[in-house]
Design a protein. Structure first.
Length: 233
């Protein structure tokens, strides 16, 4: 790479980081290119030499983030055979990314609907690739039972359940940006151990708790929010 291309890449990265901060604080529609250019010490005209629009910025932010998450996860689990260890590696790389890039993570979670319609398909495919990495780990854990004989053959490992379990793990991971404070909650490794323990034991441990009774499930299904919020006059 030439020195000029390297400098241009560094400037683009600086702009992306500034954009992530601005979007995280004011939302995509609250961020202006003029303010963003000013915050990076550039004139608006020269700023457009790097990004032609807010939408282009948002797309590149998302593409870079998901490519990084995919590549770091694949690198971390390469050569790791034990499914539980692979899950730990996946959780760690995700949480470390959140800890190091909280603004970018907020953009990923909150601004998906702001993507241009013509670009949503490419971002969705990246999300699906990342999801497939996690789903494969969950599937392997279910099949192995993680050494627990009671777990083998008792978990309903159909595709719908695999997807629900995988999405539930991502639910824990993706929300970390909303509450994580290193001084209060410890290191990325500390958070990883907590999430890993919750996910792993939920996937493979023999659970003595029974499912809710059919009458209870039927009653709750019939309730709606208005019913639950009604108060006595």
């Amino acid at each position: 790479m030439s020195a000029r291309a390297e400098k241009s890449g560094a400037v683009r990265q600086q702009i992306l980081e500034a954009a992530a901060r601005a979007i995280a604080r004011r939302g995509f529609h609250g961020m202006s290119m003029r303010e963003l250019a000013r915050s990076t010490g550039r004139g608006l005209a020269s700023f457009y030499n790097y990004f032609s629009s807010k939408e282009e910025l948002l797309v590149e932010l998302q593409e870079r983030a998901f490519n990084t998450l995919i590549e770091t996860a694949q690198s971390a689990i390469a050569g790791v055979d034990d499914p539980a260890d692979r899950l730990y590696a996946l959780i760690y790389t995700h949480i470390r990314y959140v800890a190091e890039h909280p603004d970018v993570m907020r953009v990923l979670v909150q601004e998906g609907a702001s993507l241009p319609k013509e670009q949503r398909g490419s971002i969705r495919r990246l999300k699906e690739s990342y999801f497939a990495v996690a789903r494969g780990i969950v599937h392997a854990l279910v099949l192995s039972g993680c050494g627990h004989k009671q777990a083998r053959g008792t978990w309903p490992g159909d595709e719908a359940e695999l997807q629900r379990a995988t999405y539930s793990i991502f639910g824990m991971l993706n929300w970390v940006y909303g509450w994580y404070e290193p001084e209060q909650h410890g290191s990325a490794e500390d958070v990883t151990e907590t999430v890993h323990r919750l996910a792993l034991c939920g996937l493979v441990a023999h659970c003595p708790l029974r499912k809710p009774s059919a009458p209870l499930r039927a009653r709750l299904t019939q309730l709606n929010t208005a019913d639950l919020l009604q108060t006595e006059d």
